[in-house]
Write a protein that binds this ligand. Structure first.
Ligand SMILES: Nc1ncnc2c1ncn2[C@@H]1O[C@H](COP(=O)(O)OP(=O)(O)O)[C@@H](O)[C@H]1O
Ligand SMILES: [Mg+2]
Length: 299
């Protein structure tokens, strides 16, 4: 099932058209990376999904139900972590979570149990300080706990790692991975290595539309280059191969890279086998997600 589906979404601010027919399909149980440069329209898209902003055209479905601007019905399926979560600075983490739980109409006992579990999950269980003194990472983790209070089917996080240091980023990414058993996760980012680290699926937003979308595997293989890397066991092997295949290029150590178009792999393998050259590795070179993104995004 699709947990989120967006059809032909258009949104303009004044004379600036930000979304120009965006299409998105988020499969259930995916960890979905929604990637775009600053100003691409990620936050706009998310606010529209939450019914907080009105689109000019297009339809949105959450867990199969249509989203209507100004109505919150579909939001019962959604947990939302905004890009800059705001808290009452004078509250402690447990006070804040109980407050949110009560606002959502949860009974006291359930609220206490659920808050306890979530504080444990996000590593704030022993935290007695007020939110005022929290680091950005702690605020993001408390925001995540709050977003998960209602056991949402869909968790939407807007650039959850952008303001964090490497340790904070890793902690938050690990939390997103940990919750995917129970909830589909969509997060926006411009950090491609975060996507590569935890996502099952990815979409690139550029020029108001989604230009590339699919599982990480699909996206990578669609853009596969014809590059290969071969590593013979010793210096002799390197010399032999370079003499036979002049377009091979030496990289660090004993590794050589080449393109199928210059030297077909079967010819390289034939030469290796005829000369009985010991090999350590022969691999197809995978482009990184960052390489792909730079290739498909304008300027
Ligand atoms: N309320 C608004 N009024 C006018 N322009 C807006 C508003 N919200 C966003 N924009 C513009 O829309 C574009 C996309 O913004 P946004 O969705 O925040 O991008 P992202 O989250 O990908 O960085 C930006 O150029 C931004 O300036
Ligand atoms: Mg944004």
């Amino acid at each position: 099932m699709e947990m989120l589906r967006i059809n032909g979404l258009h949104k303009r601010f004044g004379d600036k058209e930000v979304l120009k027919g965006l299409e998105l399909a988020v499969p259930e149980h995916s960890v979905f990376g929604f990637v775009g440069k600053n100003g691409a329209g990620k936050t706009t898209t998310m606010k529209t999904v939450l019914g907080l902003m009105k689109q000019d055209r297009g339809e949105i479905f959450v867990a199969g139900e249509p989203v209507c601007y100004g109505q919150t019905k579909t939001n019962r399926h959604i947990g939302y972590l905004p890009d800059v979560p705001e808290f009452y600075p004078f509250m402690t983490a447990p006070e804040y979570l109980s407050f949110c739980a009560e606002l959502s109409g949860m009974d006291r006992k359930t609220a206490r149990r659920r808050s306890g579990e979530l504080l444990e999950l996000v590593g704030l269980a022993g935290e007695r300080h007020r939110v005022r003194g929290f680091s950005r990472g702690m605020k993001q983790r408390l925001g995540l706990a709050q977003a998960l209070l209602g056991e949402p089917k869909l968790l939407i996080c807007d650039e959850p790692t952008s303001a964090l240091d490497p340790v904070g980023r890793r902690e938050l990414l690990e939390l997103l991975l940990a919750v995917r058993e129970k909830t589909t996760v969509v997060f926006s980012t411009h950090i491609l290595s975060d996507v590569e680290r935890i996502c099952t699926d990815v979409a690139f937003l550029d020029g108001g539309v989604v230009t590339v979308q699919g599982t990480l595997q699909q996206v990578k293989s669609a853009f596969r280059t014809d590059g290969h890397m071969i590593e013979p066991e010793g210096e002799d092997g390197v010399r032999t191969l370079l003499a036979l295949f002049p377009k091979m290029e030496r990289k660090e150590g004993m590794t050589l890279v080449f393109r199928e178009g210059d030297h077909p792999v079967h010819e390289v393998l034939k030469a290796v086998s005829e000369r009985r050259l010991p090999l350590v590795r022969l691999e197809r070179l995978e482009p990184s997600l960052e390489d792909l993104f730079m290739e498909v995004v304008d300027g």
